[in-house]
Design a protein around this ligand. Structure first.
Ligand code: UT7
Length: 332
């Protein structure tokens, strides 16, 4: 029993927040943002549009492209750190309901930007153990709900969006996901943190006054660790599977900062054509970033059936993960 990456779907809200817009909100400039991050604009969810809404649209597309009925899905996993509700119910439960999927196991994963690849590892394990046949995995974020738009060090980075994939059982080894590495180090928890709400900081006037409900990041420290960890991670997974970086047509790294992507791509001696970059138009969409990037190359016709993808991600926790897998869906 193997697990294959069967289909992809994504959704980006229509509202655009450009660098020029941000110039009017904080002390920054289009030039600084572009030079330091590669980001030109990001998408922001509309009024009343929540994480599960974006996730449901992306999921609908992914299920349709897999040629399946909703009733074929037997597990729903949503990776998000901006859930509809911070305590319960899980966003996966809401997505299942909005899709009309009844009586399935559904739960969320909290691994920040690494969430989608973590969800991929869960889907792989459930399928290879024979417990499930068609797993819907979603990475969806409404980061605009936890960003402080007076903090120039974070508000320029993040955007909203969703991506989803169906992971299905196969007996054909040539379609199978090859390998996934996922890891974490909680001693760096303070590098990327939303201090409230939670048991340490339950909702209170102090939380509001001190803005503890907003994301905080040690940007420069995170940047340096990201480059080091991502580079080692991809080198390890390639070496373990005896694959040369030149034989990877699609390197799809987490889209946090173009400088990080370029540094890792260069360390792997990847050409520009191999490295997928969407950070310029979407910013950092956390758990949604990798599936949105996969969807981009799928929709543009760049991603063909059977081609190898190398995923690599890093985020709050700190967490990181990489995956090596062929695209087992039909070419668009
Ligand atoms: O997705 C999870 C993983 N996340 C990441 O990997 C994000 C990693 N971090 C980054 O992408 C970068 O660290 C940032 C883009 C956040 C910041 O870039 P940096 O090159 O690390 O800049 P810095 O934090 O070292 O700040 C340099 C200067 C500072 O001014 P001084 O102290 O040199 O006078 C900042 O105050 O840039 C200033 N600065 C800004 N200036 C204009 C910080 N943000 C801005 C801004 N506009 N938006």
């Amino acid at each position: 029993m193997y697990a294959k990456f069967h289909s992809i779907g994504a959704y980006a809200p229509s509202k655009v927040l450009s660098n020029k817009d941000l110039e009017k909100m904080v002390d920054t400039s289009d030039e600084w943002i572009l030079k330091r991050t590669g980001i030109s604009e990001r998408r922001i969810a509309g009024d009343g549009e929540v994480t599960s809404d974006m996730a449901t649209i992306a999921s609908d597309i992914a299920i349709d492209r897999a040629g399946l009925e909703k009733s074929d899905i037997d597990l729903v996993v949503c990776a998000t750190v901006t859930p509809d509700y911070f305590n319960m119910p899980s966003t996966a439960c809401i997505i299942s309901d909005k899709l009309g999927i009844k009586n399935v196991q559904a739960f969320d994963i909290s691994a920040a930007c690494s969430g989608f690849v973590y969800a991929l590892s869960v889907a792989k394990a459930f399928i290879e153990s024979g417990m499930k046949k068609h797993v819907l995995i979603v990475g969806a974020e409404k980061f605009s709900s936890i960003v402080d738009y007076t903090d120039r060090s974070t508000c320029i980075l993040f955007g909203d969006g969703a991506g989803a994939a169906v992971i299905s059982v196969t007996e054909d080894k040539s379609e199978a996901m090859i390998d996934i590495h996922a890891s974490a180090d909680g001693s760096y928890a303070d590098f990327l943190v939303t201090p409230a709400p939670g048991t340490i900081n339950p909702v209170s006037q102090r939380v509001i006054d001190e803005g503890l409900n907003f994301v905080q990041m040690k940007g420069n420290e995170t940047f340096k660790l990201a480059v080091k960890t991502l580079t080692k991670d991809v080198k390890d997974i390639l070496a373990k599977n005896s694959i040369d970086s030149k034989d990877i047509p699609h390197f799809i790294p987490h889209q946090a900062n173009y400088r990080i992507i370029k540094a890792v791509g260069d360390a792997l001696k990847m050409s520009k054509e191999q490295v997928v970059v969407t950070v310029g138009k979407y910013g950092n969409t956390s758990a949604a970033s990798i599936p949105m990037a996969i969807n981009d190359i799928y929709e543009s016709g760049r991603l063909k059936k059977g081609e190898l993808m190398l995923l690599d991600t890093f985020g709050g926790g700190l967490t990181w993960a990489s995956a090596l897998l062929p695209f087992a869906g039909e070419t668009k």
